[in-house]
Design a protein around this ligand. Sequence first.
Ligand code: PRX
Length: 572
Amino acid sequence: MEFKTLPVVQGDYQLRDYDETVAAFSWADAEKQFSWHESGKVNIAHEAVDRHAESYRKNKVALYYKDGNRKEAYTYYQMKRMTNKSANVLRNHSTLERGDRLFIFMPRSPELYFSLIGTLKLGVIVGPLFEAFMEGAIFDRLSDSEAKAIITTPELVDRIPVDKLPHLKTIFLIGENIVEDGMIVDFNKHMKNASHSFQVEWMDKEDPTLLHYTSGSTGKPKGVLHVQEAMVQQLQTTRWVLDLNDEDIFWCTADPGWVTGTAYGIFGPMLAGGTMLVVGGRFSTEGWYEAIEEYGVTVWYSAPTAFRMLMGAGEGPMKNNDLSSLRHILSVGEPLNPEVIRWGMDAFKQRIHDTWWMTETGAQTICNFGCLPIKPGSMGKPVPGIEAVIVDDQGNILPPNQMGNLAIKKGWPAMMRQIWNNPEKYDSYFVNGEWYVSGDSAYMDEDGYFFFQGRVDDVIMTSGERVGPFEVESKLLEHPAVVEAGVIGKPDPVRGEIIKAFVALHEGYEPTDELKEEIRQFVKKGLAAHSAPREIEFKDSLPKTRSGKIMRRVLKAWELDLPAGDLSTMEV
Ligand code: PRX
């Protein structure tokens, strides 16, 4: 199939050399591709679906879905109809109004995508929930946001503590044999007869769209609120960082319960009129390689943990599939270890591109992209339109090569606009009202490349030396026996802190004292004496978030015999 390219981020905005691109860029121009340029109003669902359904992309596949034997494909034309039908079902069977909160709590399926986009057509705020959440996590999110409705499945509905949620009025169930009552609505039954026409609610660009709950270092998860305007940056980065073109088949492996799964698992690719693949079910090495071959995936966005799992499975399973369609691979969510990059070079004959951003930033901010030469170990440079610096704790900008807080100049389009119900928390992110402080420590080199060092709260001070746990973990992972590693600072009366490593071993390695010493020496030799863990403890596996980050906070709690805090985002 051949497509003309829409006049999106073209002309003056083509990627040239980095400095020229940055100098020529303005968000105001990037915004011109959306309807508010003409009408002053917008709706992300219209921009992601309807406008393509009304263009030459009408019959282009927007969504391929695969889960076991369920394989479906929907064009932009069909997506428009299905999302319109969903919007009608939601409107006709609830009291939802613009600005109300609706949660979606179900595994990935085409219905999840129809109903999520349909909800946005109503101007209702969507709160995506990961399917592994249990009752406490659901309660925290629905009660904090006073959610009025939820879309879920018969298998998951029992986890919703309805009696404790007085604002919850409607439960849309997607499944078989559903008995309706005052609260329960059979979604699929009403979909059958729903009209496929719907007039989207026209919104202002500052109107909210998504509410993603995320864990901080303390307290309950907080509701990060995003607005319509995020679409500008989501599209821009999809073009420039994901390098998505009309001919591509794009696969983002993240679940929409997390921000990567909405920003780049739905909106970025669809705003760009792209074709995306969604694979249901859990990770499986064979299943993933098969999906790449079966759909001819060209652009692939995943996370270091997944890459490490594939790496751990070795070359065997790889040989069963032709992976040569892949032309651009990207990573997000945690440090991309040199070990993984090396494996990627071997396995795919290309470099995996690191991208750095957060739930709070709403879209990619510091990346290895298009026209930027890559520096190994660096997350890249700020994407055009983003200004990033390293600041000290008072907000003073630090010179190159000094470690400090990674901060971004307030005001980028995808920036969160609120922490739900918690304005003080929101304000606390900004120093001098100007810089958003990420909570990550990093440094910038003299060429403007950023290097991630760790979360600010995880930095280890040992004998007066500052050690980034990431560096130690990366080194540990290079040892052939080590499959997972998490490093924390353990209080020590003499040294302030000592480095303690929790390590999971590859199958076939015995957890002996000799091996501990060997690993210690390996780090000592590879990094520095002060970076070598004084203590190593073997574990069968380490606690991780769903997005794959080792939860050092939990390791620390184990170590100090303290409560581990909110574990709702921990992989189970
Ligand atoms: O510590 C950084 C890490 O993930 C945090 C944000 O997590 P979350 O809001 O769950 O969003 C994940 C995906 C958008 C950051 O504060 N992080 C994200 N990307 C990277 C990273 N750490 C190192 N390298 C990255 N590329």
